[in-house]
Design a protein around this ligand. Structure first.
Ligand code: ADP
Ligand code: MG
Length: 469
């Protein structure tokens, strides 16, 4: 493509700006500001892009949670980039001990720099209470079968003074609207009930604040800050797993607020019972209120969302219906990618002055569409599994219960759940209109058998490799 320069170092700064732009659209504001904005471009190390972060904590965090995306986006902007390396900025910013330091002792302090404790003296409340993306309102949220429970529940929470259920636990895959709904709650309360104090923050931010408070011996202040909230929303709570002290703190904060009748809203990419990094008592406590899931999108919902988003640009460009339908058919992963695809098409039209057509959209989205093609479908799975067990594909849909066909069918359902974003009801439909409880039973059964049956386990692994190719 003409866009790609021959040498990698060419336009490195320009590419970094583009990567930052993409990161900003991909991650919510808080996450971006907390973890990604501090990254600085240093230069190249071979074909790797070198980025610097101010602290080791930040480096580890970014490496664990964002490195894959940063690398992918770099490669998307400049395919010659082989990888990304993170380094901690040299100690120029280190907090100096009182009384100054000699050159020799300053040397010793080189390396990871602690987050300066002065930061804890900043008005934390402003930081954590800080909302909230104005695009994320209930009015802008398109409701369909897959998300109407979560929508209705969020709406109730925003409307009522006393918690209708506590906590409201929203869960669903990435990019399906969890953060959007939480922000929408915050907006509505702020508009209609400005006396209520809403605190929204990501679980990452919660951890970060807590770790900072502990290091700066300022946990009282940390606690007080949350205790005054009428509504506390913690986004992406699956990130809290693992760190025991933070879990503990989160749990205390949670209980203190719930006891006082304050509303808590939690989001996560999995259900409370599947939050494996969390202690059992915390997990079960999180499931006490209303657990509302957001299922993968349907075609109708995707189309509705695209119509809604395209409307916002109606003044500038017209996106033909066949292009919207094409996108809704092809970009099925999540709403964020869907939006991203539409934005790219629109940006191309506005910036380059190219009319939007089906050909143009296919051209602009080449890489994205190719990535989607590689996704495994339920049909692929049924075919491979049938071949492996030497049964007919029709038996995947048939009502026959003989072990010889029932077991492979269960294996296929199991793989469908693992390898595709389809929901249990959707999977059931693809297997001769079976009920979602049948699918759930199949998954459990296979899980159970795998633990004791190495032959089955091996067969599943090799099928998986074959399918993901
Ligand atoms: P999550 O937090 O679940 O990962 P987000 O709330 O960040 O997902 O949503 C990703 C993007 O998709 C956001 O820009 C959001 O506005 C948009 N989005 C998701 N669901 C909907 C919907 N039902 N209607 C309109 N926009 C949506
Ligand atoms: Mg989110």
């Amino acid at each position: 493509m003409h866009l790609h320069p021959k040498s990698i170092s060419f336009d490195l700064n320009e590419h970094w700006l583009q990567v930052q732009g993409l990161l900003r659209t991909e991650f919510d504001d808080t996450a971006y500001r907390t973890w990604l904005a501090p990254l600085d471009l240093v230069g190249l190390d071979g074909d790797r892009v070198l980025l610097a972060v101010p602290t080791r904590f930040l480096r580890d965090w970014v490496a664990a949670h964002y490195a894959d995306r940063i690398r992918a986006l770099w490669r998307c902007v400049n395919p010659r980039v082989g990888g990304v390396a993170l380094t901690v900025k040299p100690a120029a910013m280190a907090v100096r001990p009182a009384g100054g330091v000699s050159a020799a002792s300053a040397q010793v302090r080189l390396g990871p720099v602690p987050t300066p404790c002065v930061a804890a003296a900043e008005p934390l409340e402003g930081e954590i209470g800080a909302p909230v993306d104005p695009r994320f309102t209930f009015e802008n949220f398109v409701v369909g079968k897959s998300n109407n429970l979560a929508y209705a529940a969020a709406k109730r929470v925003a409307e009522l003074d006393a918690p209708p259920f506590n906590p409201l636990f929203l869960y669903g895959g990435v990019g399906l609207g969890k953060t959007h709904l939480m922000h929408a709650i915050a907006w509505q309360i702020r508009r209609e009930n400005p006396g209520r104090k809403v605190v929204y923050l990501s679980a990452e931010k919660f951890m970060y604040q807590f770790v900072k408070a502990v290091r700066c011996k300022d946990t009282m202040r940390f606690k007080d800050m949350f205790r005054s909230a009428d509504v506390l929303m913690v986004d992406d709570v699956h990130f809290i797993g693992g760190k025991e002290s933070t879990q503990e703190e989160f749990f205390h904060t949670f209980n203190a607020l719930a006891d006082r009748g304050r509303q808590i809203v939690i989001s996560s990419d999995r259900s409370p019972s599947a939050l494996s990094g969390l202690e059992e008592r915390i997990r079960s406590r999180l499931g006490w209120g209303l657990v509302a899931d957001i299922q993968p999108t349907t075609y109708e919902l995707r189309l509705g969302i695209l119509h809604c988003k395209a409307l916002a640009f109606a003044q500038e460009v017209k996106v033909p219906d066949n292009v919207l339908a094409f996108l809704a058919h092809r970009i099925t992963s999540n709403v964020r990618e869907l939006e991203g695809a539409l934005n790219r098409v629109i940006a191309q039209a506005i910036l380059v002055g190219r009319a939007i057509t089906l050909d143009m959209a296919q051209d602009v989205l080449q890489d994205l569409l190719r990535a989607h093609e590689r996704r495994v479908t339920i049909e692929d799975i049924q075919k491979q599994v049938a071949e492996h067990y030497q049964i007919r594909i029709a038996d995947m849909h048939s009502a026959r219960r003989a072990r010889a066909v029932a077991r492979p069918r269960q294996v296929a359902m199991y793989l469908a759940k693992q390898l595709t974003p389809r929901s249990l009801p959707e999977i059931g439909r693809k297997f001769g209109g079976r009920d979602h409880t049948t699918v759930m039973h199949a998954i459990r059964k296979i899980d159970e058998l795998r633990a004791t049956d190495p032959v089955l386990s091996e067969a599943i692994e090799s099928l998986r490799r074959l399918l993901q190719g």
